[in-house]
Design a protein around this ligand. Sequence first.
Ligand code: DGJ
Length: 730
Amino acid sequence: MAVYYCKEKQTFTLQTKKSTYQMKVDDHGVLLHTYFGSVMDGSDLSYVIAKRDRGFSGNPADSIYQREYSLDCLPQEYPVFGNGDFRIDGFCMQGESGACSCDLRYRDYTIYEGKYHLEGLPALFADKEDKTVSTLEVVLKDQFSELYVRLLYGVFEETGAITRSVIVENHTGKPVQLHRVLSACVDFDRSDLEMIHFYGKHTLERQFECQPLMHGISGIRSTRGTSSHQHNPFVILKEKHTTEDVGGCYGFSLLYSGGFEAKVEVDQSDTARFLMGIEEENFCYTLEDKETFTAPEVCMIYTDKGMTDLSHCYHDTYMKHLIRSWWKDKKRPVLVNNWEATYFDFNAEKLLAIAKEAANLGLDMMVLDDGWFGKRDSDNSGLGDWFVNEEKLGCSLKELVDKINAMGLKFGIWFEPEMISEDSDLYRRHPEWAFKIPGREPVRSRNQLVLDFSRKDVREYVEERLYAIMDSANIEYIKWDMNRSINDVYSALLPPSRQGEVLHRYVLGLYEVTEHLLQRYPKLLLEGCSGGGGRFDAGMLYYAPQIWCSDNTDAIERTRIQYGTSFCYPMSSVSAHVSVCPNHQNGRVTPLKTRAICAMQGTFGYELDISKMTDEEKDEVRRQIQTYNEHYALFQFGDYYRLSSPFENQDYVAWEYAAKDKSYAVISIIFTDVHANAYPTRVRFKGLCESAVYEVRGEQYTGSALMHGGYRIGMPEGNYDSFMLYAKRV
Ligand code: DGJ
């Protein structure tokens, strides 16, 4: 068991192979945070906490005349609003009096083998027989009411993950209003840290940014009802000199697909407090007596071995303990998607021409994107009418799918279940199903409104339609899209006082529908999507093992997007396609080879009209698919190394996959610039066995040579050239 309780010292210590985490109940019953960092022996570290009167810091009722005791200065596990701690906090509740105040003190604890479960929310899991995972639950109670807060900790000894969640239980006999229930807080006795986060926009998601912490509050958030393109619910706090290979860094990943916030406050004493959870501006939850509220889970990992190790820990944790899909250990189908090939302008004939060529070239699956249902020849209409437009197709869906299957291809289809067009039969029947505020015109985006997924009747309609389509033909994959941010949040079924719950209930509704879908079709390959990577988060990975990484398919911009994505998310979750040139998003022309190398960084596919390719291009595609099929295990399950940063190096981007048994590795390198009189680039392998001998391009080298001396590759032949370099153990 990796959770240790010391009765004498009143400490709880969580031990993983990577880190130690400690908390302590002090004499006042306050749950202090005493340590999170490199593995240590579990000694009570509360002695290092500096206690002294810092001026203008409140003293709680039970420490009157003890001016050096203030919650404003103490590192705490779960700081709350209204008890004399004036820093940012994780919890704010409003009781019967109308005042916001709370003072949580320790009550009880439980330790057990295995991982706690969160009802209706994504969460890491452990197999029953896995003895390396354990749970600690600590119960806190408000000093002045029967309000209980249960802090949950899941400890994954092997991968280094420590998860946190919070369950609020109301036994006050009256409703209370929850204004803020964040999922995790970590207090650091230092502020000389840097924060890495991944900002962006539609078609340029997860851009790397690193900045030192500053006095005051800094942070990121999404108020869009989804995790968003603009910010990602993953943050790293690192020591100044930490690099890919050495140094301390903390990762915080929220398993939630709705609005979120992550913030740090550096206070008057140069301590830093980190908080993460549901975004509070759109949140107010009425908790009736005897009801509970569960906050989504945060997965925290610390390593003192640099950011590559941090990423490996996340990748391994998410592959083993988060992604449940039947597909997670299987070779993902190499697919062709018709979106960039046809947009809305297709019929069965065009689709079959693409499918025929796909089968010829050795692809595994054909995916029919937007436009096959209702009246949908543009993005102005039809959403919600999930009935096949046979007139447009020229046949039934079953006929189309049967023909595609007969060519030896699987078939997948696109849905956008959470949306409704005003120009749709569904809207004409049920205008009240869309988010709209009474008496106001709604904000439109892509000319569509959002269905109120907090409503059971809406969810039931969507499920009925999804199942009807799924049952009508042999569909083995769904691309679940979501193409706008959420506004006009109002549910016709909830009273005014509960409108602050709608966005969270929406997310729970989304999780419920996807859960039901997967229970009904356990072998379905579900691909997440939100205008590309607008909902690329660990919450979605619990349902969808792969997510369309970005609507930007340009190989060069993709290297930046995929680089940022790689810090937290396993590369097999990064859906990436080869598209046509000039690229539809930015007009850039890159070689077909480079587009394929870039797409092989993730889950590989094509998104162009392959029936229009030249014979030469088709031969090249055939070879690309052979390469992918030969090495898919490495790309999906190998250890991923970032060898250069596209945000620093302007000349090339390089990354590597190394087999976990170190038997072989592949470096991919894409040149982003060319120079006259240039000098050939040298890359150094990582993750090989020092003493083993490897073959690279017909020559033999020791792992040591390849890792320390590296390998000098050829010069780029023109713009955006690229190479793959294999090292095979002999
Ligand atoms: C946005 C997605 O990211 C695209 O790939 C495509 O599916 C369109 N939506 C279809 O409307």
